[in-house]
Design a protein around this ligand. Structure first.
Ligand code: BGC
Length: 476
């Protein structure tokens, strides 16, 4: 089998972890209306149920960095597959709310752990020239998972049967088992094996993934490891000089990935389209299926371009596009009264454009960059901090969205129907546009061009005190 085909198979199998990430974050929205009636739970209990998943993800990212360093990437991904299978079964069979919450917490642990260990594994098995595309498969699978969860929720939804939320969770077992079986046949990351002194095993794998350049890669990794010998990796090292820049980049990029507000659209698009004046059925279909599909297709574009145009170009293109589309979205909400029907369509177009610009840039780039920037001995721990930041920023954005709509509502733009005041969300979208604009400035200084650069050269660049924007592929 050709080296590139072999690597692509490895990356696709591991990226099933991304599909589970997307599926298990998306599935809850369609299940909520039914389980709320089935268990007779209040809105605040529903909120708690959603929070349990996020808390689990924070917990998973927090504890599994060290474990991934100790037992290896492959075993961690195998454990993640077991957690996802058990979590899906438990959630689907849960007899009461307490157990459902515990199951969602468990699934959250799977999501938090998968979200850094999978990109990390893919980055470490990939040759530099197509690492970007291969790691971006992870984001592609997240978007596929979100779409599949919307569609399967739609398929199982049955107004006559309030227990229909059960199969919605249960189908999550299928991708989890695929990951489990697939990963069983995949080898360990050669870079991790070398860091454990297992040179022969690493060489065998590298020969299959990189062919002729395997020996050169082994030499370069081994020489880095020799230099670091005796320096164990621990949380304290993350505060050291060597990790400072990668850490700033990882937390920074995840701040912007979340704080441009993407999950307000992912989680609440039916509500947003509702605010634009669509009736609920149209809103729900356009919102879930439409946003999900656009997100998936645009991510495909990014997979194609990330190793051709490079990280920085995609970053600036996407962030610039988000500033414009978010500002246009705000403008369309402000002129809803005058624009009427065309205003509504304009809102949908702006939302789709916003999702497209996100999906070609910071969506995949966030996961890619955190898997690339850390030195070998801190890669697992460091990227787990990147993943932890995602969940923390995600919580902040999703929990403040409706409060911010009210707080930033421009006086005189509220509407009143049936005695209920609806606030105009223009202000909050302008805020996200401002965050994206600041992100462009930040990116100028902090987004490194890692296209085609071997992981070992990225590490050397930091060691020699190089700036992110000065990183370049020495072979070009
Ligand atoms: C983000 C998620 C988001 C998804 C949307 C991911 O990269 O981490 O928070 O829901 O993209 O596609």
């Amino acid at each position: 089998m050709k080296n590139s085909v072999y690597v692509a198979i490895m990356a696709t199998v591991a990226a099933m972890g991304g599909l589970l990430f997307g599926f298990d974050t998306g599935v809850i929205s369609g299940a909520i209306p039914f389980l709320q009636r089935d268990f007779g739970i209040s809105d605040s209990q529903v909120e708690l149920l959603t929070t349990m998943g996020l808390l689990g993800a924070v917990f998973g990212a927090l504890v599994s960095g060290n474990i991934t360093e100790r037992i290896g990437r492959r075993r961690v991904i195998l454990s993640v597959a077991v957690i996802f299978s058990a979590g899906a079964l438990w959630a689907g069979l849960a007899p009461d709310t307490a157990q459902l919450m515990a199951a969602r917490f468990l699934l959250g642990i799977g999501i938090g752990t998968a979200s850094f260990s999978v990109p990390l594994y893919i980055a470490e098995i990939s040759p530099a020239r197509n690492r970007g595309a291969l790691v971006s498969l992870f984001q592609l699978m997240i978007t596929l998972g979100i779409l599949v969860s919307y569609l399967s929720d739609l398929g199982f939804a049955d107004e006559q049967n309030i227990k229909c939320w059960k199969p919605m969770f249960l189908v999550g077992v299928i991708p989890a088992l695929i990951l489990l079986v697939g990963m069983f046949f995949m080898p360990e990351s050669p870079r991790w094996l070398l860091s454990r002194g297992r040179k022969d095993e690493a060489m065998r794998i590298l020969l299959r993934t990189e062919g002729d350049s395997a020996a050169q890669t082994v030499d370069s990794i081994v020489s880095d490891i020799e230099k670091d010998r005796g320096n164990s990796s621990s949380w304290k090292d993350l505060l050291g000089k060597e990790a400072r820049m990668p850490l700033l980049i990882a937390v920074g990029i995840m701040f912007f990935q979340q704080c441009v507000g993407i999950n307000t659209v992912m989680y609440y698009s039916p509500k947003i389209f509702g605010m634009a004046g669509f009736d609920s059925t149209v809103a729900a279909i356009a919102a879930s299926a439409g946003v999900g599909l656009v997100n998936l297709l645009a991510t495909l574009v990014s997979v194609y371009f990330v190793d051709r145009l490079g990280r920085r170009r995609l970053f600036f293109l996407g962030m610039g596009g988000m500033v414009v589309s978010l500002a246009a979205l705000a403008a369309s909400f402000l002129s809803m009264d005058t624009l009427g029907e065309s205003g509504r369509i304009f809102t949908v177009v702006c939302t789709f454009l916003y999702v497209i610009f996100y999906a070609i840039s910071i969506g995949p780039l966030g996961w890619l960059i955190i898997s690339e920037v850390f030195p070998q001995k801190l890669r697992a721990l460091g990227s787990s901090i990147g993943s932890l930041s995602v969940w923390v920023f995600n919580c902040v954005v999703t929990f403040t969205f409706f409060k911010l709509i009210k707080l930033l509502s421009i006086p005189g733009t509220e509407t009143v129907a049936d005695g209920q005041i609806s606030y105009n969300p223009a202000g909050v979208f302008l805020l996200y546009a401002a965050v994206a604009a600041i992100g462009i400035l930040w990116g100028w200084f902090f987004v490194p061009e890692t296209k085609g650069v071997p992981l070992e050269d990225i590490e050397k660049h930091w060691k020699s005190g190089g700036l992110p924007r000065k990183l370049k592929n020495g072979h070009n």
